[in-house]
Design a protein around this ligand. Structure first.
Ligand SMILES: *Cc1c(COP(=O)(O)O)cnc(C)c1O
Length: 496
C-alpha cells in the first residue's frame, strides 16, 4: 500500500518516504491510497492482546515497507515504561453510556504523547531507509502540547535536530515552563509573537522557502515535520480508538458489531481524523462528535458547509484548540470528494486567497452522515468541569470539558443514547488556573504551582511528577522571534 497527496494523485510514495518527508512537495498532505479493513474476525483477535500487540497488528498494514521487527521495536520502545502502569490509553467509565479514553498518562501529560513517542522512532527507521547520512531538521509549530511532547520523543535521537516555535502569549505557564526547561542537546525552543495560526503559517513558510531548502541541502540536512500533518502522527492515533473498542468488548460493555460514538475536543482536526479513519476501516462507529471551543470555525463548517477563517480569534482556557485553520481537515475533504485532488486544490486555494471555501450540497450531506459539530464557550467549559466533579467525582481538564459539553448538546438534540468514547486529552493540572477556578467559582490567578497545591488539596488527584518537579528545573531557552524574523532565526538555531 502506498501513499498519495491530497493535491496531486500522481504522487505515490512508500510509508517510510511520507514519514520522512512530512508534507508533499506541492503543499498537499499524504493520505493512504487504500485503507486496511477491520473485520469482526480481526477485532475479535485483537481483544486478548496488549496495547503494544494491538498497535503492531494495526501498524503492520499501514507500514508495509517496515519489517515486523522494525515495527515491534518502534512500538515497544514507544510504549514500554513511558506511560503510567504501562497503560497508554486506559478507559474510565463515567456512567452507563460515557467512557473516558484517558490519553494523558504519558511523559508530558497530554494525548500527543501517544503519537509523539512513536513518530520519532518511525522517523528514524524511515530515514535509515532513505537518507542514511543526512540530518532531519524537524520544525514544529505548537499551540502548547505538541512542542513538549515532540521534544520528549526526539530528544538526543541521532540524525535529528528539532526547533520548536510556540505563540508567546498563547500557552499556559506550565506549558511554557515545560518547553523552556526541556533537556536534550539536539533541540531549541523559540517563542514567536502572535497566535498559533501565525506560528503555524510562519513555520510553513520556512519549510517551503527555496533558499532555506538549498542551504539545508548544502549542510547535508533536510526539513521534516512532527506536526500533526505528518502521517506518522496520525497512524498511532488510529490505534487507540480501535483499542478502546476492544477494551469495551473485553469488559463486556458492548457486543461485537455494536456501534459506538466518539467525541473529540478538536483543534487541528488530527485526533478526530484518526477516529474517522478507524471508522472508514470498519470499526463500528456511529457519529463522530467534533467539539470546538469558542473558536468555532469547525462547528460552523459542519452546520453550514462553509469554512470561513475570516473571524475574530479568541484566546480561551483550552489553548491547544485555539486554531482557525484546521490543517488536517484537508485530508477529510479529499476523502469526502472521493479522492478528487483538483477539487481539494481549488478549495485550498480559496482558503488561501479569500479565507473561505464552500462544500457542494452532496458532499455536505456525506459529511453529515459521519459528523456532528458543536461548540462550548468559556463559561460552559468551567460549568462542565464543576458539574462532572460534583456529580461523578471526575476531574477533567478544559479541553476534555469542551468534548463533554458538546456530547451533552448532541444527546439533547438527537436523543441518541449510543455508548460514547470521549477522548480525554490532558491532565487537569496542565490547565490548573481554569480547572481550579471552575471548582471554586473564583478567578484563580497567580503562581501556578501554588494553584496546583490548592487543586490537589481540593480534589486529592495526584500531581504527576513531571509537573511537580518543573519549578526546580533550569530555564534553557528564552529566544523570541517574529513572523518576519523566523526564517533567519530558524537557520541560526540550526547552526547554518
Ligand atoms: C492538541 C490538543 C487538542 C486538539 O487536538 P487536534 O488533533 O489538534 O484536533 C485537544 N486537547 C489537547 C489537550 C491538545 O493538546
Amino acid at each position: 500500500m502506498n501513499y498519495t497527496s491530497t493535491r496531486n494523485n500522481k504522487v505515490s510514495l512508500s510509508a517510510a518516504q511520507v514519514i520522512a518527508q512530512g508534507i508533499s512537495e506541492e503543499g498537499g498532505l499524504f493520505v493512504p491510497e487504500s485503507l486496511p479493513k477491520l473485520t469482526h474476525e480481526r477485532l475479535e483477535k485483537l481483544i486478548p492482546m496488549s496495547y503494544i500487540q494491538r498497535a503492531c497488528n494495526i501498524l503492520g498494514d499501514f507500514l508495509p515497507d517496515f519489517t515486523p521487527e522494525e515495527i515491534w521495536s518502534c512500538v515497544q520502545g514507544a510504549y514500554t515504561d513511558t506511560f503510567e502502569e504501562n497503560r497508554p490509553a486506559p478507559l474510565s467509565k463515567l456512567d452507563d453510556t460515557t467512557y473516558m479514553l484517558e490519553l494523558w498518562h504519558g511523559p508530558t501529560c497530554a494525548f500527543k504523547d501517544l503519537a509523539l513517542q512513536l513518530l520519532p522512532r518511525l522517523l528514524t527507521v524511515s530515514l535509515n531507509k532513505h537518507h542514511p547520512s543526512k540530518t532531519a531538521a524537524i520544525l514544529v509549530a505548537t499551540s502548547g502540547d505538541t512542542g513538549k511532547a515532540a521534544m520528549e520523543g526526539f530528544r538526543d535521537l541521532p540524525g535529528t535536530k528539532m526547533l520548536v516555535f510556540y505563540p508567546r502569549d498563547g500557552v499556559s505557564h506550565v506549558q511554557k515552563l515545560q518547553m523552556q526547561t526541556q533537556e536534550g542537546e539536539n533541540l531549541q525552543v523559540c517563542a514567536i509573537e502572535g497566535n498559533f495560526d501565525d506560528a503555524q503559517t510562519a513555520v510553513k513558510s520556512v519549510f517551503t522557502d527555496s533558499d532555506n531548502i538549498q542551504r539545508l541541502a548544502d549542510a547535508d540536512m533536510f526539513f521534516s515535520s512532527a506536526n500533526s500533518i505528518n502521517w506518522g502522527r496520525l497512524v498511532p492515533q488510529i490505534v487507540y480508538y480501535i483499542s478502546a473498542y476492544c477494551d469495551l468488548l473485553a469488559d463486556e460493555e458492548i457486543a461485537l458489531g455494536d456501534p459506538i460514538n466518539i467525541a473529540v475536543p478538536t483543534g487541528n482536526f488530527g485526533n478526530i481524523l484518526a477516529a474517522y479513519y478507524a471508522k472508514e476501516m470498519g470499526l463500528p462507529v456511529g457519529k463522530l462528535i467534533c467539539a470546538s471551543n469558542k473558536n468555532k470555525v469547525l462547528t460552523d463548517f459542519f452546520k453550514t458547509g462553509v469554512y470561513n477563517k475570516e473571524r475574530d480569534f479568541y484566546m480561551t482556557s483550552s489553548p491547544s484548540m485555539d486554531i482557525l485553520i484546521s490543517s488536517n481537515l484537508e485530508r477529510l475533504l479529499y476523502h469526502l470528494h472521493q479522492e478528487d485532488d483538483q477539487e481539494v486544490q481549488s478549495l485550498m486555494e480559496g482558503l488561501r486567497n479569500s479565507g473561505v471555501y464552500r462544500l457542494s450540497s452532496d458532499v455536505k450531506e456525506r459529511m453529515d452522515q459521519d459528523f456532528f459539530g458543536g461548540s462550548c464557550d468559556e463559561e460552559q467549559t468551567l460549568t462542565t468541569i464543576r458539574r462532572y466533579f460534583e456529580s461523578h467525582s471526575y476531574l477533567c481538564d478544559t479541553h476534555t470539558a469542551v468534548a463533554l459539553e458538546v456530547l451533552r448538546q448532541y444527546t439533547e438534540a438527537t436523543g441518541d443514547t449510543t455508548k460514547t468514547v470521549v477522548a480525554s486529552t490532558a491532565n487537569p493540572y496542565k490547565f490548573v488556573g481554569s480547572v481550579l477556578s471552575a471548582l471554586t467559582g473564583k478567578d484563580e490567578q497567580g503562581d501556578e504551582f501554588e494553584l496546583i497545591r490548592q487543586l490537589h488539596q481540593l480534589t486529592g488527584l495526584p500531581v504527576p511528577p513531571q509537573i511537580s518537579s518543573l519549578p526546580e528545573k533550569e530555564i534553557r531557552f528564552d529566544h523570541i522571534c517574529t513572523r518576519e524574523t523566523i526564517g533567519e532565526t530558524a537557520m541560526s538555531l540550526l547552526g547554518i
